[in-house]
Design a protein around this ligand. Structure first.
Ligand SMILES: *[C@@H]1O[C@H](CO)[C@@H](O)[C@H](O)[C@H]1NC(C)=O
Ligand SMILES: *[C@@H]1O[C@H](CO)[C@@H](O)[C@H](O)[C@H]1NC(C)=O
Ligand SMILES: *[C@@H]1O[C@H](CO)[C@@H](O)[C@H](O)[C@H]1NC(C)=O
Ligand SMILES: *[C@@H]1O[C@H](CO)[C@@H](O)[C@H](O)[C@H]1NC(C)=O
Length: 399
């Protein structure tokens, strides 16, 4: 009796010591880890903002407006573009993706005539001009963008600043060609990591005067809590005073804050009266999430940005059947036709990656899950809606 009581006491004491120690150790390691992550985040944020600051001159509005390259561009737009142009940006590391995209859109009547490719380095310019001589190029050599970049880095922010300033330059530029003065240039801003089943230009979004800007939206369908959130891959801007102010503020914020440009756009669209923002329906543009839905209502444009890493993107697309460039560089039109019909009959195969999701996809899924959870909170969720994406970079601890 006595012995076992003693043993009990000893065990209990041991238990308490061990348990306390362990929980203390866990407690400290947890906060240690959080501290390290917070430090890493702050360092990333500081260096990204620093990078944008030290390179903002080369992508400034003033440098664009006063360049002879822009003057030439305006002349070409006046002469050859009866409908608003669509701008795409690339450096040499996006060439393969761009080739793939131009093969795809080459099968659609009149699409290439609407495009302008903004090349950020000479290799990109020369390669596009050689492979696609009919594609209009706007060459804007930007040394700070001469490297592959990934999400949430300084270079990524710099390219968004360039995009925003180019938008401003276009909106502000008046054309005096005829007796009528056109108020600036309306335009599309697009990304080439997208599969075009049909041409979005057929839908004449430019002619609907009920909005000033129309964006593709995030989320996975009309019930999604993320609907009417700007996705930012494909958008149309009508040039007017309201959109000019919109991009002036966007440029200012991008130059000083570590936040995704879509976060700012979502915030401004959701809290400002003007410009009037509209959203392209899901049967016209949809993110990669469509492939993991029941694949009904195939969109015109399917954005394939399921990877955070540009290098593996094309490999991933190959697996889904969206890689159309032959080894000799020619376009495989049969494969394009087959991809279109597989989309139309809802049989795009994603089996392989369904069981083995990539790290990039997993991260996005996780963050969207957390986001939807936050938005779902009554009252508070609605309140957070315009602001959540602004904090995106900071809260994404894995990036
Ligand atoms: C439009 O751009 C052209 C070419 O850069 C320039 O000459 C003209 O002054 C610009 N117009 C306005 C109103 O900014
Ligand atoms: C682009 O494709 C070519 C040929 O398939 C390959 O050799 C090259 O490494 C690729 N470049 C990039 C940046 O992925
Ligand atoms: C998309 O869906 C809407 C609403 O159901 C419909 O009015 C519209 O015609 C559809 N657009 C296309 C391009 O199919
Ligand atoms: C769907 O597309 C695939 C690939 O083109 C084809 O083999 C299949 O027969 C199509 N199915 C239907 C129901 O049309």
């Amino acid at each position: 009796m006595e012995k076992s009581l003693n043993r009990n006491i000893i065990w209990n004491a041991l238990d308490i010591i061990l348990f306390n120690r362990l929980s203390l150790i866990l407690f400290y390691s947890f906060w240690f880890l959080v501290g390290i992550l917070a430090l890493r985040k702050s360092q990333n944020a500081l260096s990204a903002v620093q990078y944008v600051k030290s390179n903002s001159d080369s992508v400034s509005l003033n440098s664009i407006e006063s360049s002879s390259e822009f003057e030439k561009l305006i002349a070409v737009l006046d002469e050859k573009y009866p409908r608003p142009p669509a701008f795409f940006l690339l450096n040499q590391y996006a060439l393969n993706m761009t080739d793939n995209f131009l093969c795809n859109t080459g099968t659609l009547e009149g699409a290439h005539e609407r495009f302008v490719f903004v090349t950020l380095d000479e290799i990109a310019r020369d390669s596009i001009s050689r492979r696609w001589p009919n594609i209009q190029v706007f060459h804007w050599p930007t040394p700070s963008l001469y490297k592959p970049f990934s999400f949430a880095e300084g270079a990524y922010q710099t390219i968004y600043l360039l995009r925003s300033n180019l938008a401003l330059a276009l909106i502000k530029n008046c054309s005096w060609k005829t007796f009528i003065t056109f108020r600036g240039k309306s335009f599309w801003m697009m990304q080439q990591d997208t599969f075009w089943r049909k041409s979005i230009f057929d839908l004449n979004y430019e002619d609907d005067m009920s909005y000033d800007a129309i964006f593709d939206q995030l989320g996975d369908g009309d019930d999604s809590l993320r609907k009417e959130w700007v996705n930012g891959a494909n958008w149309f801007i009508r040039a007017n005073d309201a959109t000019q102010f919109f991009f002036e503020r966007l440029s200012e914020k991008l130059a000083h804050w570590y936040t995704p440009d879509v976060g700012i756009m979502i915030h401004q669209c959701n809290t400002w009266d003007k410009p009037k923002c509209a959203y392209i329906p899901y049967n016209v543009t949809y993110s990669w999430e469509w492939m993991f839905s029941d694949q009904s209502n195939p969109p015109y444009l399917l954005q394939l940005d399921c990877e955070t890493n540009g290098g593996t993107k094309l490999m991933q697309l190959g697996r889904y059947g969206f890689h159309f460039v032959n080894p000799d560089g020619t376009c495989n039109n049969d494969k394009i036709a087959s991809a279109k019909s597989r989309m139309e009959n809802g049989t795009v195969e994603v089996q392989m990656t369904k069981t083995l999701p990539s790290w990039g996809r997993l991260q996005f899924k996780l963050y969207w899950y957390i986001t939807e959870y936050l938005l779902w909170i009554p009252i508070l969720g609605e309140y957070m809606r315009p602001y959540l994406v602004l904090t995106g970079f900071i809260l994404m601890i894995t990036i």
